[in-house]
Design a protein around this ligand. Structure first.
Ligand code: 2BA
Length: 108
C-alpha cells in the first residue's frame, strides 16, 4: 500500500476529487496553507495499492494547472527618504506537489 499526498490549488481541487472518486479511489480532502505564499491550498490524501500510484499521478496531472502568482517582497528600509517599491516577484505554483509514502491501512 502507498499513501499519496497531493498538494493542489483550490481551483483544481473539486474537479480532481470528482475524477479520482469516479475512478473508484477513496480520497480525503484537507484544507492546508503554503508556507511561502501563506495562501490556502488543498491536500488530498489517498491510500492506494502500489500498482495504482502511477494512475493516480496521471489523474492528478490531468486536472492540475500551473499558475503564475506574484509576491510583493518587503520594501527595503529607506535610508535617505527615497522610496523604490520593489518589483513583484513571479512564482509558478503547481500543477501539484505529490508525495508517495509507504503505508499500512488499518480500519478500526
Ligand atoms: P507555498 O509554500 O505557498 O509555495 C508556493 C510557490 O512558491 C511554490 O509552488 C514555489 O513556486 C514557490 N516557492 C515556495 N518556496 C519558495 C522559496 N523558498 N523560494 C522561492 N520560491 C518558493 P509549488 O512548488 O508548486 O508548491 C505549491 C505548494 O506545495 C507550496 O505552497 C507548499 O504548500 C507545497 N509544497 C511544495 N513543495 C513542498 C515540499 N517540499 N514540502 C512540503 N510542501 C511543499
Amino acid at each position: 500500500m502507498k499513501l499519496v499526498l497531493a498538494i493542489v490549488q483550490p481551483q483544481d481541487a473539486a474537479m480532481l476529487v470528482d475524477a479520482l472518486t469516479e475512478h473508484g479511489y477513496r480520497v480525503t480532502r484537507l484544507s492546508s496553507q503554503g508556507g511561502f505564499l501563506r495562501e490556502g491550498n488543498v491536500t488530498l490524501m489517498l491510500s492506494v495499492e502500489d500498482q495504482q500510484v502511477n494512475h493516480v499521478i496521471h489523474v492528478v496531472r490531468e486536472h492540475c494547472s500551473t499558475r503564475a502568482r506574484f509576491v510583493s517582497p518587503m520594501p527595503p528600509i529607506a535610508e535617505s527618504g527615497e522610496f523604490y517599491p520593489p518589483a513583484p516577484l513571479e512564482v509558478q505554483v503547481g500543477g501539484a506537489t505529490v508525495f508517495v509514502l509507504k503505508a499500512e491501512t488499518r480500519k478500526l
